[in-house]
Design a protein around this ligand. Sequence first.
Ligand SMILES: Nc1ncnc2c1ncn2[C@@H]1O[C@H](COP(=O)(O)OP(=O)(O)OP(=O)(O)O)[C@@H](O)[C@H]1O
Ligand SMILES: [Mg+2]
Length: 244
Amino acid sequence: MASTQGQRQLTPLKPGTPLIAVEHLSRTIITRAQRTTILDDVTFVVAAQSLFAITGSSGSGKTTLLNVLTGIDRPTSGSVLVAGEALPNKGENALARWRGRHVGIIFQFFQLIPTLTALENVLLALELGGGGGLSRRAWRDRALHCLDLVDMRAYARRLPSALSGGQQQRVAIARALANDPPLLVADEPTGNLDSHSAAAVFEVLAGLTERGKTLMRASAGIDLLDGRIVRRHNLSSASQEVSQ
Ligand SMILES: Nc1ncnc2c1ncn2[C@@H]1O[C@H](COP(=O)(O)OP(=O)(O)OP(=O)(O)O)[C@@H](O)[C@H]1O
Ligand SMILES: [Mg+2]
């Protein structure tokens, strides 16, 4: 999409090279009463143009981890490199600019602005994210192109209230693509959708790797081993080991 819609902001990494490198990441919260370790010495690499899932039961730290990767939260110790660079560690403005260039965020509850149409929601992301390297004149075309990518162009003038949950989430994906970031982060993107809408949203997300995007997704789920469920990561309470 970048070649016809304006210059890319970052040189795309070859598939398989690390886009994200997390090393010895910890996040501890200290309150008056106690010290809680939410993330404990986490180390992993996410390859460029891959689909990377973080699964775990409710309260296991998925959202906290994604928030640290997008600079919404800060690690207590350890490092996060995205495309070889550390996140800016000073100033919300620098961080917002960094986020605009590097990452699009997709939320469980869509978080569209209810008074703006689908198109205007995507345009707002361009406004806030610096325009994806495009001149303001080209924003409308970019926004329509992003709606096209998620098959929502025909709904560009609708308000979120006139869209189904799955359609709203697809608009939210278009918004996350607006500034053409290499990384998309989705926290339970289908957690609030019926299975049919969830499948459509997942198909859109999975297809983005072919467009050079890397997708990190947090979700509840099941772990299979040799065709059997060995662990369930439920949305409620602790996960359950399955007795063999
Ligand atoms: N600001 C905070 N202060 C204290 N504890 C927190 C804070 N934020 C998160 N926690 C705790 O950290 C743990 C991890 O929370 P987190 O939201 O990352 O889990 P999650 O895996 O995303 O859960 P869910 O599947 O329910 O979304 C939980 O035990 C939570 O209560
Ligand atoms: Mg969560």
